[in-house]
Structures are given as structure tokens and as C-alpha cells.
Design a protein around this ligand. Structure first.
Ligand code: CO8
Length: 259
């Protein structure tokens, strides 16, 4: 794997890989190269047993200000149709380990969509979430209409997408888009702490729990409950399930092996 030029990588530490989006000259706008590098890092992380969760963050000023508008400007309809970024987004969606987005500053357009690809969003008090694409004569194209509506409900999603106006971290918290607000300088540390906590758990249980939770987005309740029951039953076949239960009964810490 080549050394990324648009990302800073740290870890794994305490089971957590931290990926920092790093295009300061463009407020971390997501160009094809950055997304390509992000996917490469995630796919390597998937195979690395020392990594239980990934934190994605940006800078103090911007998590990411959207897709790279300069790059988009040169695309005609066929270019948009064949945009390699579509595949990159799919590969981010397919990542099986938990992703936590640590968001400060602008989290706009494709940046907000990337944050919504994360399983948990923790934001600094200065964070601003928005889907401003409408102001450019376009609309969200990486899940913004679907994931935002499922997170914040119809009325607020419509308002954000149709006016293009952002919401504050406080509004995002009330609406259920994010799980925690922190002091801005504590956001990354808090996200890493939560990620480390997740990483200590049995990896197969974590993966299956994430998968079952995400299933709720695109299925009805009875199918979702059936899906959950099957995953729950499958976990009974893992060594880690026996280890977890025995450790509790023996009043000791479990030693999970990921099998
Ligand atoms: N793309 C490229 N460059 C950007 C972007 C962007 N999205 N955002 C900011 N920049 C650049 C600016 O052009 C500027 O560069 P330069 O100094 O060379 O002129 C630099 O970053 C700093 O930006 P500003 O001077 O504008 O900083 P401000 O603090 O004044 O403003 C804002 C910050 C409000 C965030 C402002 O930069 C802004 O409005 N940015 C654009 C936000 C936007 O419209 N985002 C949506 C983009 S479209 C999108 O995301 C669609 C996703 C669909 C994905 C589908 C893929 C298949």
C-alpha cells in the first residue's frame, strides 16, 4: 500500500486506527484520490486483527467541506455516471468494523455524507452539519437524502437539503444525527476512547451487532427481528461467546480472541 498523501494515519493504538483527512488547502474536500486512499486504509484495517475500530477525523476548521467542487466541475453526465467515487463510497459502506467520526468545524455535503457512513458521530461544540449541494444547483449524491432522513427525520432533512443551510452541533444532537457533543479540543480523544472501548469487545459480536443495527435502516421490523435472531444464534457458535459468559461467571476479565 502506498503512503497516503491526503490522509494522516496514526495507530493502531488500543485497537484503534485513526485516519485524519488532510487536504488543508481545500478544507478536506473529498477528491477521488482522498477517497481512494481512505478505502485502501479501511480495507487494510479490515484484515488487521490489531484494529477493532476506526476513527475518522478532520481538522479543527473542517471535518470535510464536501466533495471536491473543482474536480466535479469538469464532469459531464457520463463522467458523473462513471465517477469512480461511486465505487469508493460502496466500499466504505461495506467496511465491517465500527467507524467513529470525530467532527469539528464544517461537515458539509460529501463530508456530512462521509460522517453519516460512520456508525457513531461525536462532534465538537463548533461543528456544523449541512447538505449545501442545492446552492450549487445539484443535490446530495452519496447517501445524503437517504441517511440524513433516517437520522433526523423528514422535516429537518427536507429543510437542510432544500435550503442548503447547516445545523449546529446542538441541533444535530437533538435530532439524533450525533451521539455526543464535546469541547472542540476533546472530540478526537473522546472518539478514540469510545473506539478503544468497542475494540476491547469480541470482534465477531461487534461486527454482527453493527450489521444487525444497520439492517434496521432497510428492512421492516419483523424481518429485522428475524435477522437479529439468526445473528444472535450464530454467535453461540463462537469461542468468544463462551469466554465472555465464563469470564462473567468467574468474575474475571474476558480474553477475546476473535473466534
Ligand atoms: N471543494 C473544493 N474546494 C473547496 C471546497 C470544496 N467542497 N470547500 C472549500 N474549498 C476550498 C475553497 O475553494 C478555498 O480554496 P482557495 O483558498 O484556493 O480559494 C479553501 O477551501 C478555503 O475555503 P473558503 O475560503 O471558502 O473558506 P471559508 O471559511 O470562507 O468558507 C465554507 C468555508 C463555508 C465551507 C465554504 O468553503 C464552502 O461553502 N465550501 C463549499 C461547500 C459545499 O458546497 N459543499 C458541497 C460540495 S458538493 C458535494 O459534496 C456533493 C457530494 C456528492 C458525492 C457524490 C460522489 C459520487
Amino acid at each position: 500500500m502506498n503512503t497516503p498523501t491526503n490522509l494522516l494515519i496514526s495507530g493502531p493504538s488500543n485497537g484503534v486506527l485513526t485516519i485524519t483527512l488532510h487536504r488543508p488547502e481545500a478544507l478536506n474536500a473529498l477528491n477521488t484520490k482522498l477517497l481512494e486512499e481512505l478505502v485502501e486504509q479501511l480495507e487494510a484495517a479490515e484484515k488487521n486483527n490489531d484494529i477493532g475500530a476506526v476513527v475518522i477525523t478532520g481538522s479543527a476548521k473542517a471535518f470535510a467541506a464536501g466533495a471536491d467542487v473543482r474536480e466535479m466541475a469538469s464532469l459531464d453526465a457520463v463522467g458523473v455516471l462513471k465517477d469512480p467515487r461511486v465505487e469508493h463510497w460502496k466500499r466504505v459502506t461495506a467496511f465491517k468494523k465500527p467507524i467513529i467520526a470525530a467532527v469539528n468545524g464544517f461537515c458539509f455535503g460529501g463530508g456530512c455524507e462521509l460522517a453519516m457512513h460512520a456508525d457513531i458521530i461525536i462532534a465538537g461544540e463548533d461543528a456544523k452539519f449541512g447538505q449545501p449541494e442545492i446552492k450549487l444547483g445539484i443535490m446530495p449524491g452519496a447517501g445524503g437524502t437517504q441517511r440524513l432522513l433516517r437520522s433526523v427525520g423528514k422535516s429537518l432533512a427536507m429543510q437542510m437539503v432544500l435550503t442548503g443551510e447547516p445545523i449546529t452541533a446542538g441541533q444535530a444532537m437533538s435530532a439524533g444525527l450525533i451521539s455526543e457533543i464535546t469541547l472542540s479540543e476533546m472530540t478526537l480523544e473522546r472518539a478514540q476512547t469510545v473506539a478503544a472501548q468497542i475494540s476491547r469487545h469480541a470482534p465477531i459480536a461487534v461486527e454482527m451487532a453493527k450489521d444487525a443495527l444497520l439492517k434496521a435502516f432497510d428492512t421492516d421490523l419483523s424481518s429485522g427481528l428475524l435477522y437479529e435472531r439468526k445473528a444472535f444464534t450464530l454467535l453461540a457458535a463462537t469461542e468468544d461467546r463462551n469466554e465472555g459468559i465464563n469470564a462473567f461467571l468467574e468474575k474475571r476479565k474476558p480474553l477475546f480472541k476473535g473466534c
